[in-house]
Design a protein around this ligand. Structure first.
Ligand SMILES: [Zn+2]
Ligand SMILES: [Zn+2]
Length: 200
């Protein structure tokens, strides 16, 4: 088991303590271990999150981002929205991938926790007593891996390389800095999408 500090640091990133982000953290760490790789400092890994939008337990995705270093800021994570607590992590260097999903063995225990009962009656997670927050987190964090995760076989997976355009340009209209590929030309002047007044 990883030390508790990793969990605390992830919660700082995530914003609150919850079981789903803890599950995502475990899933991400398990993916690194299965692939035999380090957290993605740059873009050596790409993750495909199977969580969807606006549903329970979406917090899973933040645990995955924190564990794997696959982040929306670096664009080395994407969503294949299926409403599932699952992720595929691809090692771009070795062209290998693994899929990890949350195994709902502890579902009833989670549902019956004081934390989830309050969440079900719309109490925001940050207003639930600290010890009740930790109680549900520890359900996931201290559990045996086989009671939390399904870890698939490592399989071959090749991603087309992506090109990163480095040039940034100053918009003639608003003066903001814009990636060149997003610039438009209006009356012979380079402008951003907002200043161009059209978005094609
Ligand atoms: Zn959360
Ligand atoms: Zn502009």
């Amino acid at each position: 088991m990883e030390d508790k500090q990793t969990l605390i640091d992830m919660f700082k990133f995530h914003g609150h303590k919850c079981w789903a982000s803890a599950a995502g953290l475990r899933a991400g760490l398990a993916a690194l271990r299965a692939l035999g790789v380090e957290r993605s400092g740059a873009k050596s890994l790409h993750a495909v999150l199977e969580t969807g939008y606006h549903h329970a337990a979406e917090c899973f995705g933040d645990g995955v981002q924190y564990a794997t270093g696959c982040t929306f800021g670096k664009s080395n994570i994407s969503k294949d929205p299926k409403g599932k607590l699952a992720v595929r992590v691809i090692d771009k260097k070795n062209n290998k991938a693994v899929r990890i999903s949350f195994k709902p063995v502890l579902r009833e225990k989670i549902r019956n926790s004081a934390f989830m009962k309050k969440r079900a009656s719309a109490v925001p997670p940050t207003e639930i007593p600290e010890e009740e927050q930790w109680e549900v987190v520890y359900l996931i964090w201290d559990a045996y891996e086989e009671d939390v995760l399904s870890i698939g076989k490592v399989y071959d997976c090749e991603l087309a390389p992506t090109e990163e355009l480095m040039r940034m340009v100053i918009c003639d209209g608003c003066g903001e800095m814009v990636a060149e590929s997003y610039m438009r030309v209006v009356n012979g002047k380079p402008v951003c999408i907002d200043c161009a007044g059209y978005d094609v």
